[in-house]
Design a protein around this ligand. Sequence first.
Ligand code: SER
Length: 336
Amino acid sequence: MRKKGILITGAAGEIGDSLIRALTSQGEDQIVTLDLKPLPKENEGLSTHIQGDLMDQALLARLVSEYEIGTIYHLAALLSTRAEFTPEMAHQVNVEGTLNLLRLASDQSQWRGEPVLFMFPSSIAAYGMPNLEIKAQYPRVREWEWNYPTTMYGCNKLYCEMLGVYYSQYYRQLAVDRPVTLDFRALRFPGLISAFTVPSGGTSDYGPEMLHAAAKGVPYEAFVRPDTCIPFMAMPDAVTALLKLAKAPASALSRRVYNVTSFSLTAAEFKDMVLRYFPNAQISFRPDLKRQRIVDSWPAGLNDNDARRDWGWKPDYDLERAFAEYLVPNIRKRYQ
Ligand code: SER
């Protein structure tokens, strides 16, 4: 008999790091993690870890021969800045990797006779504001507005959302006995900030980088203008959102892709916040024009009313609490 399992891809990444611990503490089914890299030491032993490539079909086949996967958290992706250096390769990982898993989840759903839950973190990168005037006019974008991504990563996220909806609702719609398909649910996250990890290859990275540099006592040059504004969220809220949406009854959901957000602020305000806790921090601004263009195309804020109404989303951490109770104490401990 196969063992029941929850699969997390990209488990060695930032969201994975916190999600694994949250899932283990809930004592759910066995957790199977997949990543190109080994898990960080602190997370070793919390899951059965497979170090391997999402693109490796034989590996995926082996995985389902051993495990009955009921839930997938598909976190693996190449982030927005990194993807711009190798767009086609990013497409391969971000889109074809997702397609492989959607197909796997579909097959598994059919075997089980009930839908596999497919959780997908999407992003503010799915939006593309044409210029700063329009960005200022639409401070809280709705899910269906301004879906004109300007990065390969954003295009990949938006398209994979659509693929997820397709596999959930329309896959083999012409078949006489339409098979049981998966249950795809996605969250469009703002820039995420973790106290325990630093992101790599993203474009919202200037926020977390500023804070971690200050805690380490090293100078930091932000790659954006001080007036740059995007939304952010503390990592525990991102994990809460994923777990909450995963648990919501399907009947409560009016969409498959939800905005979620916590607080919006400019890079200058971010710096002020960091200075409040680390008064000696040396933070300056030297915009990198290409990365600046990407952040400028992201909305200044998200409207997450649907998530609040349908499944009771509410962030635990506003800006003040995020710094005072989660980020600063944990980061201090980390670099002491
Ligand atoms: N934080 C991500 C990035 O900067 C966006 O989802 O690429």
